[in-house]
Design a protein around this ligand. Structure first.
Ligand SMILES: C[S@@+](CC[C@H](N)C(=O)[O-])C[C@H]1O[C@@H](n2cnc3c(N)ncnc32)[C@H](O)[C@@H]1O
Length: 414
């Protein structure tokens, strides 16, 4: 049971501090990287005593970052090699990255509050009007667990998680332990395991090729953000910022006071039956969101639109001269996304429409669609996403953008 990665692009959790020189484990042979060495005096990570399992070369331990996020803290379960990389990340070495974030880790905000929702447990309700792009929450994680090939047995993983949670600062430990387990539990370790199962977000991070490291997968629990319930057509979206190690939630359309703020736990482009199945298999609840609760005619029409979207995406993403896509194909995609209320993915439709206009040399309509893509993209995937950066460049100068006259040139070249 995992909340999916935010956006479709890998994010880089482990951005290195620019002044890594004073604590640079890569000056050592990675085989000598012991957990104790990673947690030297100058390191922002402490090794939790007696928390290592596995043999010496593949030891997995629990680490604590007590000063992280203005002293809120964070715990990690990972190998010494990865802990050494984490210990160099800006989010752990530079306290100013967190002090600059407004309303970081606030358990309640002027624009929302947590409430019990009939049939869903706790949820988050808007207390004032929110518009597209309005900030809702930014949280740092309580626990980040390596989800790679760690060669840990289930019992060992349970033990490490329990040690990590036991050592968190008391406020953060309480917020973590108050999270839902969905079902009843009989022990503290079972509670912790269930909390991780029901509330984790999966983060994909880019590895370090120079150090022979592929992309990595992590499970992270962000206590307040985990209170957001699911809807197939949500009114909010989250993205992960690797530099600050924060999860960020923004409104993707107008949200009215008293309305529940929701995110999607699944791929919303799946047809109705598959969405229901995925939610039931992975999350063990029947999805009764507004979109799933509609009559059979509406559900059939929605599934048909989703099929059409899949077909159009294939044409629009084909940049060869064989593609049948035109600006009208892009306009049709935008219209279908709107009819489907896919607000959290609107930036994709506007991006593809903007490109089609630029492909045929219509700078005015290209920049108009690119501006809409940019506005929706900032809310859904954040300012560093490659689509958002691409649209910013198109708005600046459509004629010097790589897409200018692309289809015309290809077709003329036949
Ligand atoms: C990540 S938690 C969300 C917050 C949770 N409601 C709480 O009380 O803390 C996921 C759990 O919330 C419940 N949930 C989330 N969305 C729901 C929905 N649309 N309908 C019913 N239950 C839902 C399910 O029990 C699910 O396992």
């Amino acid at each position: 049971q995992l909340l999916p990665t935010s956006g479709q692009h890998d994010s880089q959790l482990l951005q290195l501090a620019s002044s890594a020189g004073s604590f640079c484990p890569w000056h050592r042979n990675s085989l000598d990287l012991t957990p104790e060495w990673v947690a030297t005096e100058r390191s922002p990570l402490e090794l939790i005593p007696g928390s290592c399992v596995g043999n010496v070369s593949k030891e997995i331990c629990a680490y604590l970052g007590p000063a992280f996020a203005d002293g809120r803290g964070v715990a990690f379960v990972t190998s010494a090699k990865r802990a050494a990389r984490l210990a160099q990340s800006t989010s752990l070495t530079d306290p100013s990255v967190h002090s600059q974030i407004e309303r970081l880790n606030m358990a309640t905000n002027p624009n929302w509050e947590m409430q019990r929702i009939p049939g869903k447990g706790m949820g988050v309700i808007a207390t004032s009007h929110l518009s597209l792009g309005d900030h809702i929450m930014t949280s740092t994680p309580a626990l980040v667990q390596d989800n790679g090939n760690l060669e840990l047995s289930d019992d060992e993983a349970t033990e490490l998680r329990a040690r990590a949670i036991e050592h968190l600062p008391p406020d953060l430990r309480s917020s973590f332990l108050e999270l839902t387990t969905h079902d009843d539990v009989t022990s503290l370790t079972e509670r912790i395991d269930k909390i991780v199962e029901v509330n984790s977000f999966e983060l994909e991070t880019v590895g370090d090729v120079e150090n022979d490291e592929g992309d990595m997968s992590w499970l992270a629990v962000f206590p307040d953000i985990s209170r957001l319930n699911h809807a197939c057509r949500p009114n909010a979206q989250y993205y992960f910022d690797p530099l600050t190690m924060t999860q960020n939630v923004h409104a993707v359309r107008d949200i009215y006071p008293g309305e529940e703020i929701t995110v999607s736990y699944i791929n919303g482009f799946q047809p109705y039956k598959r969405r229901q199945q995925t939610i039931s298999d992975m999350w063990h609840f029947g999805c009764t969101c507004d979109f799933c609760a509609r009559n059979s005619h509406q559900i059939k029409a929605s599934d048909e639109r989703l099929r059409q979207i899949t077909k159009l995406l294939k044409d629009l993403n084909d940049h060869t001269r064989l593609s049948k896509a035109t600006p009208q194909t892009g306009e049709l995609l935008v219209s279908l996304y709107r009819q489907e209320k896919l607000w959290y993915a609107m930036y994709e439709a506007y991006t593809l429409a903007a490109l089609e206009y630029n492909f045929v040399g219509d700078a005015k309509l290209a920049t108009m669609h690119a501006s809409l893509a940019f506005e929706h993209g900032l809310a859904s995937v954040g300012p560093h996403d490659e689509n958002v950066v691409n649209m910013r460049m198109l708005i600046k100068d459509p004629r010097r953008h790589w897409s200018w006259m692309h289809r015309i040139n290809k077709r003329e070249a036949i």
